[in-house]
Design a protein around this ligand. Sequence first.
Ligand code: NAD
Length: 281
Amino acid sequence: MGNNLLKGKRGIIFGALNDMSIAWKVAELAHQEGATFTLSNTHVACRMGEVTDLAAKTGSELVPADATNVEDLENVFKQSTEILGGKIDFVLHSIGMSLNVRKKRVYHDLDYNYLQKTLDISAISFHKMLQVAFKLDAMSEWGSVLALSYVAAQRTLYGYNDMADAKALLESIARSFGYIFGRERKVRVNTISQSPTVTTAGSGVKGFDGLVDFADRMSPLGNADAQDCANFCAMMFSDYARKVTMQNLFHDGGFSSMGMSMRAMKQYNKSFDSGELSDLY
Ligand SMILES: NC(=O)c1ccc[n+]([C@@H]2O[C@H](COP(=O)([O-])OP(=O)(O)OC[C@H]3O[C@@H](n4cnc5c(N)ncnc54)[C@H](O)[C@@H]3O)[C@@H](O)[C@H]2O)c1
């Protein structure tokens, strides 16, 4: 049972692919909390994927869009205001993809066409979304727009590759557009920097299991999972966060403020005991 936190609010949720997706958990919770919304994903994901099940379950309509295509995005915002019967109160951008990661191109041997795609899909699509919403005047006053980021925007993490650059750009777009959207329309724009989370996109990152374990050991509260992230998104969409904008909010159990933890140190020392690391020195 929900608490009607989002009762009467209209939203658009981009990026639910399967039941592991962060956007999927957000959609389930938003539905439980009384919101109505449309769902959007690529044409292929909408045709082939499980997202139609989510649409049925949450009573929402699917509006396919390639998030790098401005016309597609215009269609999503126009259709959504029609379907939902008014302006949009919240938008979730839960989209990320790197062909360099997929094709195992390391950061010092990037394919630049892939890099352009990484930046377009994972970051510039957020600008496109904001610009379309702004030009169509599709957002309600005090509306809330969120995108999902990762701490690799600030710190170097092995294997995250060109997605780190995409996340840095994504967070910058939230600040730059957040100023304009706040000034002109009282709309909030933020990014949530989430713990490593086992999803289709997450699992593509090299050494992902090790990263999840390391982050969990380093975080005093442990990793935030997809459901925790959905809870935080719902709060950010609600009126309880009306004056929060242009922020990158770490939602990571404390990871981003840590240097070394007792649990991580114990694990690190074990590798000395087993001789795994001592051979290196
Ligand atoms: N999983 C993690 O560890 C983690 C950590 C921090 C941040 N994030 C971010 O969370 C967001 C959601 O990822 P997730 O982990 O739920 O994985 P996911 O694979 O379930 O979601 C990624 C989504 O992006 C969509 N997408 C890809 N290209 C697109 C395009 N051109 N147009 C529209 N949609 C497109 C995919 O279809 C998919 O639904 C991403 O921005 C990701 O970088 C994930």
